[in-house]
Write a protein that binds this ligand. Structure first.
Ligand SMILES: Nc1nc2c(ncn2[C@@H]2O[C@H](COP(=O)(O)OP(=O)(O)OP(=O)(O)O)[C@@H](O)[C@H]2O)c(=O)[nH]1
Ligand SMILES: [Mg+2]
Length: 439
């Protein structure tokens, strides 16, 4: 399918022990043969060969060359990998030698793109490859490996096939109304089926949205009125003195951020300016930012000064955060012990809060549930859901199946697009261009 044999450095471009120059395409073995001092033209697939890369008569590097013959390779084409010494200079030199001998420089993601075009993997699997590279925590890497193994397809294919059957039946009814032995599909038959599809789609959507939290970390904002110890808490969580702490109310005016891991959860923490009525212009801006961060946050830690009675300002914050996923936390537990989540940020006694966060998300544990792994996929599923809902609304109004078919067809297309079974080439190019070079 592809004329060109491509080559790229597949390892990070920095000095290291080993680097890999990878080639894929039907000329891969011949090209490497031109710069390698051992005969590999007839080498068996999945074998490794020791020798020297040569620039004419001069040895360039001592290497191991791995041969993978089509079709059981990453791209399904012939693939050759040259394991060389890991210096940037020598790796580039070997790459330029194979380019001089007929290979073309690969674009970002082009190896994976070929695997996709040759049908070895679907689009969701290709995306999972990049997700694995970018994974920064256990959950993210776990989701990526499920993705690589094809979990999204397993999840969606039954839905796609089921919907296809219905579309086919509607079309037969339209095309051959005179055939009496073909069952006539009525709107009444379709309604329960559509409801079941919608339920499934909804469940996958919900789980996938939770999955996103785990993958990218949970945006967590610490809010409270001034001086309750928000910055002290951030510092205690981060185990460093990142935010300024003073006994002056209104110390924090800007957003202070940091990241922590609790078990396999990742929290993207934000400390904010204490929220109160203020006439100070700078503090006002800080408070506006706090509210903006509060709106965007997935988790709110509402901090109270537990050594004092709750006042009107606390009440305002309780109201402001009541619709968010939140934990109400009493600080200054060294001065007064309280029921609920009671900590002392100053003395770095914050275990009750850590436990509360873990148990809050424990119930959502992903386990082995396959889910969609990125915004593109989730967006398409959302569109499929909207299409299905439109179809259902029309059915409930008694519209005939042949008029509803268009929405069902749209839902079907959107589901297939998740797997790349229908696609636009320009979109795919953009998608793969975000991949790593050499992947
Ligand atoms: N006793 C006691 N004092 C604390 C505790 N946590 C913070 N403080 C004190 O409370 C004061 C305010 O702490 P900060 O962490 O700056 O409070 P804040 O909520 O960030 O305040 P603003 O940035 O002004 O909104 C400081 O004097 C801290 O030392 C605690 O657990 N116990
Ligand atoms: Mg502060």
């Amino acid at each position: 399918m592809f004329e060109k044999t491509i080559a790229a450095i597949s390892t990070a471009l920095q000095d290291g022990a080993i680097s890999i120059v990878r080639l894929s395409g039907n000329q891969a073995i011949e090209i490497v043969q031109k710069v390698f001092d051992r005969n590999i033209l007839h080498a068996k697939s999945h074998t490794i060969h020791y020798g020297f890369i040569m620039d004419g008569e001069s040895p360039v590097d001592e290497v191991l060359v791995s041969i993978f013959r089509a079709p059981k390779t990453y791209t399904t084409e012939d693939v050759v990998e040259i394991n060389c010494h890991g210096g940037v200079f020598i790796t580039r030199k070997i790459l330029s030698l194979v380019l001089q001998n007929g290979a073309s420089l690969a674009q970002s993601g082009e190896f994976t793109q070929r695997a996709f075009y040759h049908g070895r993997i679907d689009l969701s699997q290709a995306e999972a490859v990049q997700d694995m590279i970018e994974a920064s925590n256990d959950r993210a890497s776990q989701m990526a490996i499920y993705g690589i193994k094809g979990s999204v397809k397993k999840l969606l294919q039954p839905l796609i096939d089921g919907i296809m059957d219905i579309i086919a039946q509607i079309e037969v009814n339209i095309d051959y109304p005179e055939y009496e032995d073909i069952e006539q599909l009525t709107t009444q038959d379709l309604i329960p089926k559509t409801r079941v599809w919608l339920e499934k789609i909804d469940m996958i959507l919900k789980q996938s949205q939770t999955g996103q939290l785990y993958k990218r970390g949970i945006d967590t904002v610490i809010v409270g009125k001034p001086n309750v110890g928000k910055s002290s808490l951030l510092n205690a969580l981060l185990e460093e003195d990142k935010a300024i702490v003073t006994d002056i109310a209104g110390t924090t005016r800007d957003i202070v951020e940091g990241q922590i891991h609790i078990g396999s959860l990742q929290l993207n923490l934000i400390d904010t300016a204490g929220i109160r009525e203020s006439s100070d212009r700078i503090e006002q801006i800080g408070i506006e930012k706090s509210q903006e961060k509060l709106n965007q946050a997935k988790l709110v830690i509402l901090l109270m000064d537990g050594s004092q009675d709750l006042d009107e300002q606390d009440q305002v914050l309780l109201d402001l955060t009541k619709d968010k996923e939140r934990l109400i936390v009493y600080n200054k537990g060294d001065l007064k012990v309280r029921d609920g989540i009671c900590i002392s940020a100053k003395e770095k006694r914050i275990q009750p809060l850590l436990d509360a966060i873990e148990s809050l998300y424990e119930k959502n544990l992903l386990k082995e549930n396959p889910i969609l792994s990125n915004e593109r996929q989730i967006g398409l599923l959302q569109q499929a859901k909207d299409d299905m809902n439109r179809a259902l609304d029309a059915m409930l109004l008694g519209v005939e199946p042949d008029l509803i078919e268009i929405d069902i067809q749209l839902a079907h297309d959107h589901l297939k697009e998740i797997l790349g079974q229908v696609h636009r080439d320009d979109l795919l190019d953009t998608l793969f261009s975000n991949f790593c070079l050499g992947k």
